[in-house]
Design a protein around this ligand. Structure first.
Ligand SMILES: C[S@@+](CC[C@H](N)C(=O)[O-])C[C@H]1O[C@@H](n2cnc3c(N)ncnc32)[C@H](O)[C@@H]1O
Length: 287
C-alpha cells in the first residue's frame, strides 16, 4: 500500500449500522450508565474512530466483540473516556466548598469528638483529573492545620477513566487552571514550574486515586463515608440510574453524612430518604 493510499484508508470514517449502534448504546447504558439515545449516533461514531483505528478494527462489530470480551476494564475506561466529558476545574461550584469548609468540617469535627473518633472519610466519586479531590484535601488541611496528621483521614477519589486518573495522580495543571483559586492556596499547595503548577507532596499524600465504575452492581467498602461528592457525573444518567446510585450512596454514608451533587443534577423527591439541605446538597438522617 502506498503511503498516500494508506493515509486515505486511515482517514476513512468507519460507519456504524443501526444494529451495531443499538448494541453499543445498550452496552454503554448497562455498563457506564450513560443513556446515549438515538440522536448521538453521529457524535459517537466520530468519537470512537480513534479507538477503532488504534486497534485496527475494520468495523464496529469487531470493536464490540473486543469490548465485551475485555476483562481488564481498560476497554470500558477507553470507551467512557471518549463518550463522556472529563471537564472539571478548581473551585467548580464553589458554594459547595464554602459549605464544606465553614459548615461541614466544624460540624463533623464536633461530632467525631463526641464519638471519640478521629476517623474522617470522604469520597470524591467521578473525580476526573483530580481538581475536586485536591480542593477537598486543601480545605481539610486548612481546617485541621497541624492536627491533620493526627487524624485517620481518608480521601478516596475514583473515576472510570484511567486517562483522567493518571492526570489526577500526576497532579500537574496548566498555569491558567489556577484562575479561580485563592492565591494563598496556590502558593501553599502548589509548586510553580516553568509551564505548569505541580501539586506539593503534602497535598497528594493519602489521597487514594482508584478506578471505580459507579455502575458496579454492588458497592463493597470497608468503612462508611462522612461525605460523598458526586458532581457532574450523573448528568447523562437517566432517572432510574441516578436514583439507584444515590440510594447506594445513602447506604454508604454515616448517619448525618452529606451527599454533594452537581447543581444541574436532581434527585427525585420521595425516591430517596435524604433530607435536602440546599440545592444540590443532601443529608442522611441522624439516627
Ligand atoms: C464532568 S466530570 C466531573 C468531574 C468533577 N466531579 C466535577 O464536578 O468537576 C465527569 C466524570 O465522571 C466520570 N464518569 C462517567 N461515568 C462514570 C461511571 N459510570 N463511573 C465512574 N465515573 C464515571 C467521567 O470519566 C468523568 O471524569
Amino acid at each position: 500500500m502506498t503511503s498516500e493510499i494508506k493515509e486515505t484508508y486511515l482517514n476513512k470514517l468507519i460507519s456504524i449500522t443501526d444494529n451495531e449502534y443499538e448494541l453499543l448504546a445498550d452496552f454503554v447504558y448497562t455498563n457506564i450508565g450513560i443513556d446515549l439515545g438515538s440522536d448521538k449516533k453521529t457524535l459517537v461514531v466520530g468519537r470512537l474512530q480513534k479507538i477503532l483505528k488504534k486497534y485496527e478494527f475494520s468495523n464496529f462489530t469487531e470493536y464490540f466483540s473486543y469490548l465485551t470480551k475485555d476483562k481488564t476494564g481498560e476497554a470500558l475506561s477507553d470507551l467512557a473516556d471518549n463518550i463522556s466529558t472529563n471537564h472539571t476545574y478548581f473551585y467548580r461550584e464553589s458554594a459547595h466548598f464554602e459549605y464544606f469548609l465553614n459548615k461541614f468540617l466544624p460540624e463533623i469535627e464536633s461530632k467525631k469528638k463526641k464519638e471519640n473518633s478521629n476517623d474522617y472519610r470522604i469520597w470524591c466519586a467521578g473525580c476526573s483529573s483530580g481538581e475536586e479531590a485536591y480542593m477537598l484535601k486543601i480545605l481539610m488541611l486548612e481546617h485541621f492545620a497541624y492536627n491533620y496528621n493526627k487524624l485517620k483521614a481518608g480521601l478516596l477519589a475514583t473515576d472510570i477513566s484511567s486517562v483522567a486518573l493518571s492526570k489526577a495522580q500526576a497532579g500537574k495543571y496548566a498555569l491558567d487552571s489556577m484562575n479561580r483559586m485563592p492565591p494563598n492556596y496556590v502558593k501553599k499547595y502548589f509548586n510553580r514550574l516553568e509551564d505548569c503548577y505541580s501539586v506539593k507532596e503534602d497535598l497528594k499524600n493519602d489521597i487514594i486515586f482508584r478506578r471505580f465504575n459507579l455502575i458496579t452492581p454492588k458497592f463493597s467498602f470497608k468503612s462508611k463515608f462522612d461525605a460523598i461528592f458526586c458532581r457532574n457525573v450523573m448528568i447523562y444518567f437517566d432517572l432510574e440510574t441516578r436514583t439507584n446510585l444515590v440510594n447506594k450512596f445513602y447506604d454508604l454514608l454515616n448517619p448525618g453524612g452529606y451527599l454533594f451533587i452537581g447543581h444541574s443534577e436532581t434527585i427525585l423527591k420521595g425516591a430517596t430518604k435524604y433530607i435536602q439541605i440546599q440545592p444540590a446538597l443532601y443529608r442522611k438522617e441522624e439516627q
